[in-house]
Each structure stands twice: as structure tokens, then as C-alpha cells.
Design a binder for this molecule. Structure first.
Ligand code: OXD
Ligand code: MN
Length: 648
């Protein structure tokens, strides 16, 4: 139990009762660890004292029947999967090797942004002056309200279940860029998924043995006050009272009520991005919602690029791209999160703090992402995809890969027919798969020192007005470009339909502190990196013509844009000034070998009325959402863009 909450709960009647029950329970067999797991460091009694205290206090409140300290072994994983099968949470997929399909409660299928809070004494530390306590750039809660929310939900929430203690490292253990967390959860599904997504092992506990601190992550699928009529066997949750709380001051996360993805795999969005961004600010680095890829040119020069795209913009596809241009090679370091820090020579270096991919399944196929397809058919936990009668999986996008005569069962467990008008897989269904299985995983993806970043891409789904690629005029202009990012909304969160939303740095749901201060932190990076700062670009693969057809083929052809980006990094004179940034000079974007020549005129056009409207929208957004916390540098960049557009 995080110290703050432990104090408030042990002051309450139920906390006292829980504490004494737990004290009794400790001497009773019900608290014993499963025999194989009770040896050595795996036993609660042998945990480093600060971890043991967290476990004991949390167990006193949540009152699980048992506590199991995870060692991350294959044998432990096998037993957890068997348990998931017995509980009706997951079923094996005999068509593949050690793959499983879990189906969630239909009320628990995505991140719940509206119920996700950053808890700080002052509202202004969490959300900018312009916004409300619950606004577009995050939700704030006071520590008192957090304590109340916790004490209304946690006491007894794990009764009848096992609490799994998951020691994990985000980033290779021992890397100066890595961070350690301990997640306590009553979900064996979460325990299995955390083993894929993070480094789980007893060695993590050994690393804590000399008393270091760690991020305290407490998760429960919850226990509704009244049994839910529509509850699904095998997927307990409490959707009405779901809440996800982050306390940056003490590095604590409490998540209650949901077993799904970013709500429950607390190393990912909660630690690596929300608390990560706060740690990064304190310690002078960047925690970002970015993929990292390595790209080798035909001349044999290797460079690394980090890219921020909002959810469901093809981030995983780009991270694993199969380049169409001969001689190019792309290798994947990560598909979702980058932690970036300056090394002693002033170069920005990045690690992928994760160990697996939690990718959106629909749309993934041999034509869109052949490397993902070569990754995911062993040791993978699929969630909410459709099942096939030959023991495999199916989702929208795999129609041409579905064998003849095979029947499909949809994500709700109902028979499904093509043309039924219902999706077979949930749009936010996922594969959770080990990164090391990716055939193009970068040879140094686990290097403790990280990889040097030469370019940063921002992007989004912009059907209109935004060119295929442009380069920022300076670091500061690049920060403005990141702040002004907009994209069609995603299925990864609870939003419905397609609306163009502001999603600065693709971090809108993931800021751990005031976005105005975040921008100031980004601007300040230039002072650390000086002339070695990566160049910043904006890309848009999704521009459409007046008939609604994409103007750019995308996927493997995006390496043509990366080619231009890398040549700019090398200093080639292939860019031309424009009102929004530097555009490719005519003839500099390689189009050789494309089946159809794209309409470059339309792809790169900058309609004045569109940009005049865009700049006004961005200005209004900054005014309303960031207010006086907007750094002067960013208002100046906005003003400069306004002027350049007026002169177009
Ligand atoms: C994700 C997301 O799940 O960004 O990665 O929503
Ligand atoms: Mn993401």
C-alpha cells in the first residue's frame, strides 16, 4: 500500500481491521506462497524491506486470499496460463505455438481517459492554467480526494483472489536509463502480460536489495458493490467505479476496476509515460509516446529516428516497416515509448523501456505489416480478437488470409459471418507479444546506453491541408509543431467516431504534469544538446484527394520520406522554405519504382484558407487549454506562423 494511503486507511476502522486480519493471516497457511514459489527471494519474508512493506500494507487493505511473488519464469507463466484457462479468461490457440486468446467483459475494452487522474497538492502542477480540473490535457485530483477514492474502493477488493507481486524493470535492468517498479495485481492475465511487456525477474528484487526506491503500482480488477448483470465469467471488473490514479510526488500508481491494457499493465502508460514524464522533467530527460527505429541507407550509414503519432496511426507499422526502396533496411527498437537522455557527449540517446508489443490487431496483415505477422504467432496473448474453427485468430484486415471453410467466432463469443455488418474483432483488440521475436528487432535494442537519435518525427492523421512531410525551422519551431499536433481520434480510448482532435506530442492522454511546463522542458533541451540536437519533422501519410482517396501509398513506401529526412540530417541541400516549414525541393523526394506517381502538387499544397483556419484553431486551443502557462517561445512561434501564413 502506498505510504500515504496506508496511513489514511489504517486510521479508519476498516483499515485497522484489515491490518489485524492480515497480521493473523501471515501466520496461516492461506497466506503461504505456492510451495515452488516460496523459496529464496521469491518469498514475501525475503523481499527487500521496502518491497515487503508495500506488499504487506497493500495486502492488509485489499485482503487477497494468497500472495504470489512472481519470478517471471516460463514454468510460472505456464501455470498462470492454465489458471486463466480454468477461470474461463483465456483459451489456447492450437494453430500456433503457445498462443492464447482472452476475451474481456464488453464493458472493459479500452483505456478510460476520463477516469485517469494525476494527483498533486496544487492543480496547476498537473494541468495548465487554461484548463479545468478535468480538461483535454489531463484530469487533476487532490491527494485528499485520491485517499477518499482509494478508501472507497480498495478495502477487501482482492478477497477470494491471489495478489501477484510483479517486480519489473522498464528498460534493460542496470541501464542508467531504466526504472524499477513493483506491480501488485489480482489479475493473472495482467501477470502474464506484464511478463511479456516488461523485464520481470527475481534479479529486479536483487537490484532493490540495497534499499533503492521503486515505483509502487497497485492494481485490482475490482469488486462491484452489486454484482453486475452483464458481467462476463473470467473477466471481473468494476466499470462504474474504475479509476486510475498517479501520484508523481511519491511515484505511486493505484488502478482499480479495469483489467485492460493501459489501465492495468501499469508499466506502460502509467509508469513509462505519466510518471515517466514527471521523472524525466525532474532529472532532465524526455519520456515520450514515440516509436524508435533504426534505418540503414544503401551506403551502409545507420541512423535512428524517434516518432510520435497518436494511437492507431500506424506506429507499429512504421516501427516494423519493410522499406520498398532497394538497399534500405529498417530495424525496430520499439513501437510505443521512448525514454531519451543526453549522454556525456551531448547526444540524445533513447531506450525502449518496454520488452513487448501491445499492438492493435485490426488492420495488421501480411500486406500492412509483414514483420508483425512474423512476430505474433508464438508466445502471444491475444485479447478480444475473433477465433477461427481451426484454432487460430481473425480480425478485420485478415479477410484474404482466412483459410476456406473456416468458421469465425467473434470477440464476444458469437458465430460471425462476413457481411454481417458487425466487426469480428473489437477495434481495439490487441496482441501482446515479445519484442525479441520480431524478425527485424534491432541488434542493440536492449543496449543499456540506448541508441543515438538523429531525427524526431511528429505526425497524425490529417485528411486535409497538411503536407506529406516538412522540416521544422529550428528546435523551438519543432517544439511548436509537436504542440500543435492534431489527428483523427482513436479507437484505443473511449472516444467514438472520427473527429480531428488536438493531440500534442501524441501525449494528450499521457501527460503526468502541466503541459505548459512540459513545453518549457522541451524548449530547455536545446541548451543541453546545442548543435547536436536531432532535427524535427512533421509527416502525414493520410492526406486525401477530393474523392476521399489517399494521396500517398504509405506503409513500405514511407521509407521514401525517411530517405529525404536522413538526407536532410546529412545536410543535403534538398529543402525549400515555406510558410509551415521546409518542404522537399522539386525532384528531391525519391519516387523511382512507385507503381503510380502520386500527385505531388496536391500532397504538398498549402491551401491558405486551411492554414489560416489551422493557425486560429491552434491559437484558440493554446489560449483555452494552456492559458498563461504557454511558454513565451511557443506564443512567438505561433505568431511567426500566423505572419508567414498572412504573407502567403
Ligand atoms: C496504446 C495507446 O495502447 O497509445 O499504445 O493507446
Ligand atoms: Mn501508445
Amino acid at each position: 500500500m502506498p505510504p500515504e494511503f496506508a496511513r489514511s486507511l489504517s486510521d479508519s476502522h476498516c483499515g485497522r481491521q484489515a491490518a489485524s486480519q492480515f497480521a493473523k493471516a501471515r501466520s496461516q497457511p492461506s497466506f503461504c506462497l505456492p510451495p515452488r514459489l516460496s523459496r529464496g527471494l521469491s518469498a514475501v519474508g525475503a523481499l527487500p524491506p521496502q518491497v515487503r512493506q508495500f506488499v504487506e500494507q497493500s495486502a492488509a487493505t485489499c485482503r487477497p486470499d494468497k500472495v504470489h511473488v512472481c519470478d517471471g519464469s516460463a514454468e510460472e507463466n505456464r501455470r498462470l496460463l492454465e489458471l486463466l484457462q480454468q477461470q474461463g479468461t483465456a483459451q489456447p490457440l492450437p494453430k500456433y505455438s503457445n498462443c492464447w486468446l482472452a476475451r474481456t467483459d464488453p464493458a472493459d475494452v479500452a483505456r478510460v481517459e476520463g477516469r485517469t487522474f494525476v494527483c498533486t497538492p496544487r492543480m496547476r502542477d498537473a494541468v495548465p492554467a487554461g484548463g479545468a480540473a478535468s480538461g483535454q490535457l489531463g484530469n487533476w485530483m487532490s491527494p485528499e480526494d485520491m485517499r477518499a477514492a482509494v478508501s472507497q474502493r480498495l478495502p477487501g477488493c482482492m478477497a477470494g483472489r491471489t495478489m501477484y507481486v510483479i517486480p519489473f524493470s522498464m528498460g534493460p535492468l542496470g541501464s542508467p536509463l531504466a526504472k524499477i517498479g513493483v506491480e501488485l495485481t489480482d489479475s493473472p492475465y495482467v501477470a502474464c502480460s506484464m511478463r511479456v511487456m516488461t523485464h520481470v525477474s527475481a534479479a529486479v528484487l536483487e537490484a532493490l536489495a540495497s534499499g533503492e526506491q521503486f515505483v509502487r503500482c497497485l492494481h485490482s480488477v475490482g469488486r462491484p458493490a452489486q454484482p453486475r448483470a452483464s458481467a462476463r465469467r473470467g473477466w471481473p471488473c468494476d466499470p462504474e467505479r474504475t479509476i486510475i490514479l498517479h501520484k508523481p510526488d511519491s511515484n505511486e500508481i493505484v488502478s482499480y476496476g479495469s483489467g485492460y491494457g493501459g489501465n492495468s499493465l501499469l508499466g506502460k502508460k502509467c509508469l513509462a509515460l505519466r510518471l515517466g514524464s514527471c521523472m524525466a522533467r525532474r532529472e532532465g530527460w524526455l519520456a515520450e509516446h514515440m516509436l524508435i527505429l533504426g534505418i540503414t541507407t544503401p551506403a551502409g550509414r545507420k541512423r535512428y529516428v524517434a516518432a510520435a503519432f497518436p494511437s492507431a496511426c500506424g506506429k507499429t507499422n512504421l516501427a516494423m516497416m519493410q522499406p520498398s526502396l532497394p538497399g534500405y533496411k529498417v530495424e525496430c527498437v520499439g513501437d510505443d515509448i521512448a525514454w531519451m537522455r543526453f549522454d556525456e557527449q551531448g547526444r540524445l540517446r533513447a531506450i525502449n523501456p518496454e520488452r513487448g508489443f501491445f499492438g492493435v490487431a485490426p488492420g495488421t496483415s501480411s500486406s500492412t505489416n509483414p514483420n508483425a505477422m512474423r512476430t505474433i504467432f508464438s508466445n502471444t496473448l491475444f485479447t478480444n480478437v475473433a477465433a477461427t474453427s481451426d484454432g487460430g485468430v481473425f480480425w478485420e484486415g485478415l479477410e484474404s488470409e482466412l483459410p476456406e471453410g473456416v468458421a469465425v467466432t467473434d470477440w464476444l463469443g458469437q458465430p460471425w459471418e462476413r457481411g454481417s455488418g458487425r466487426p469480428a474483432a473489437h477495434p481495439n483488440s490487441r496482441f501482446c507479444t515479445p519484442a525479441e521475436q520480431c524478425p527485424i528487432i534491432d541488434p542493440v535494442w536492449q543496449a543499456p546506453e540506448g541508441v543515438p537519435i538523429d531525427a524526431i518525427l511528429f505526425g497524425g492523421r490529417r485528411p486535409e491541408g497538411v503536407p506529406l512531410v516538412y522540416e521544422a525551422l529550428s528546435w523551438r519551431h519543432g517544439v511548436f509543431v509537436g504542440a500543435a499536433m492534431r489527428s483523427e481520434a482513436t479507437a484505443a480510448a473511449e472516444h467514438k467516431g472520427k473527429v480531428i482532435m488536438h493531440d500534442p506530442f501524441a501525449m494528450r492522454p499521457f501527460f503526468g504534469y502541466n503541459f505548459g511546463q512540459y513545453l518549457a522542458h522541451w524548449c530547455s533541451m536545446e541548451r543541453r544538446g546545442g548543435s547536436k540536437m536531432p532535427k524535427i519533422f512533421h509527416v502525414n501519410w493520410f492526406r486525401k484527394d477530393s474523392q476521399g482517396r489517399f494521396l500517398w501509398p504509405g506503409y513500405g513506401e514511407n521509407c521514401r520520406v525517411l530517405d529525404w529526412v536522413l538526407r536532410r540530417v546529412e545536410g543535403e541541400d534538398i529543402a525549400l522554405g515555406s510558410a509551415v516549414g521546409l518542404l522537399p525541393k522539386p525532384g528531391s523526394l525519391r519516387l523511382d519504382g512507385l507503381r503510380e506517381t502520386p500527385d505531388l502538387q496536391q500532397l504538398f499544397s498549402l491551401p491558405k484558407s486551411f492554414w489560416a483556419q489551422e493557425v486560429e484553431d491552434i491559437g484558440r486551443y493554446f489560449e483555452q487549454q494552456v492559458g498563461e502557462d504557454l511558454p513565451g517561445e511557443i506564443s512567438e512561434e505561433l505568431q511567426a506562423l500566423r505572419q508567414r501564413i498572412a504573407q502567403m
